[in-house]
Design a protein around this ligand. Structure first.
Ligand SMILES: Nc1ncnc2c1ncn2[C@@H]1O[C@H](COP(=O)(O)OP(=O)(O)OP(=O)(O)O)[C@@H](O)[C@H]1O
Ligand SMILES: [Mg+2]
Length: 337
């Protein structure tokens, strides 16, 4: 039986851009799936298809046991969505926004009022509750939008980059809220650019690129696939990076990754601490002064880089061809102010 969120062979083309090229997903009830991928990979398009906002060209989608293409209205009653770009009514206050959502979901006026007050408190918006949302900062809007998605707790939730633009404290608090939601049995699909977030929250992870799922598994499985330990060296003098690279190429077991501005070199290794000593000896022998050196396990960032060829934050924009997307980006930029 398919899980609470199920997709098979989703295809969606926008002109020349194949946004989805056969996406398959299966999220068991009560689980959290993290959808990772560089900009333009197809994450938002996947979420839009699953939340009935966009018709795919091909494929099948079932959410909360309901066929998304055949019965979109029923699906809408069973899901909550917090989109990548906050959708709050600018002219209403935070409190009014939340009460309105509660009423839309058929809460009684009293319950809608109580729920709004509770969420404003949880999301640190109590002080600003009675100001129009247009006076809110980017992070405050984001939080209001997330609170709106949580007015009722539907069995299946979708969150598209929920913590983008939040400061560390608010991000942490949102993680707590999400964990609580999931403990209550909600199935969640979340997209994120913060790999630490996926590591913390997701039971399983799908990495998408160019509209396809290119890897899936738990965070630990993906890390294990990327290889074992790595040695990380920070050299003192940028002019010595090339020599350090030669040393690491000789002793390591794969490609040496170099971050010029931090003078950091990383290479997958086998042999652990003994090899570390050897690296230090050899660097010393060739007069490469080091500021820092260590052995570490791969992170999800390493996984991301090895799968997609670039880091999550530096992923290139792919396809600015479209109005919607451009409009969205502008509002995100505004939200970042
Ligand atoms: N309505 C549309 N019209 C034309 N092209 C679109 C449309 N929506 C998405 N695309 C294109 O489809 C591709 C996938 O976009 P999508 O928004 O799903 O990416 P994403 O993984 O969410 O990226 P990001 O990390 O930047 O949010 C991109 O190339 C995008 O430009
Ligand atoms: Mg997106």
């Amino acid at each position: 039986m398919p899980g609470a969120i199920y997709a098979e062979g989703l295809v969606k083309t926008f002109g020349a851009v194949k946004a989805l090229d056969g996406v398959d997903l299966d999220v068991p009830e009560g689980a959290v799936m993290g959808l990772l991928g560089p900009n333009g990979a197809g994450k938002t398009t996947t979420v839009r298809v699953l939340t009935t906002l966009l018709q795919p060209d091909r494929g099948k989608a079932v959410v909360a046991g309901i066929d998304v293409l055949k019965h979109p209205n029923e699906v809408r009653r069973s899901i909550g969505l917090s989109g990548q770009f906050a959708a709050v009514d600018e002219y209403l206050t935070g409190r009014e926004n939340l009460r309105m959502v509660g009423r839309l979901y058929q809460l009684s006026p009293r319950d809608a009022k109580a729920r709004a007050a509770e969420l404003l408190e949880r999301f640190n918006l109590a002080e600003a509750a009675d100001r129009p949302a247009k006076t809110y900062s980017g992070g405050m809007r984001r939080r209001l939008d997330l609170a709106a998605a949580l007015v009722v707790s539907p069995p299946v939730m979708f969150m598209d980059e929920p913590t983008t633009g939040l400061d560390p404290r608010n991000r942490q608090q949102l993680w707590d809220v999400i964990q609580e939601l999931v403990r209550g049995g909600t199935t969640l699909l979340l997209t994120t650019q913060y790999l630490e977030e996926a590591d913390r929250l997701a039971d399983s992870i799908c990495v998408v690129d160019h509209g396809r799922v290119i890897a899936r598994g738990t965070a630990d499985e993906l890390k294990a696939r990327t290889g074992g330990e790595r040695v990380e060296v920070v050299v003192h003098d940028p002019a010595r990076i090339a020599t350090a690279r030669e040393v690491l190429t000789g002793l390591g077991k794969g490609e040496v990754a170099i971050e010029e501005h931090t003078r950091r070199l990383t290479v997958p290794v086998t042999g652990g601490a003994r090899l570390l000593a050897e690296v230090i000896r050899e660097l010393d022998g060739r007069d490469v002064e080091i500021d820092d050196i260590g052995l570490r396990r791969p992170t999800l960032d390493d996984v991301f880089i090895s799968l997609t060829g670039h880091a999550a934050e530096q992923a290139p924009e792919n396809g600015d061809t479209e109005e919607n997307e451009r409009g969205g980006r502008t509002s995100r930029e505004e939200a970042a102010v």
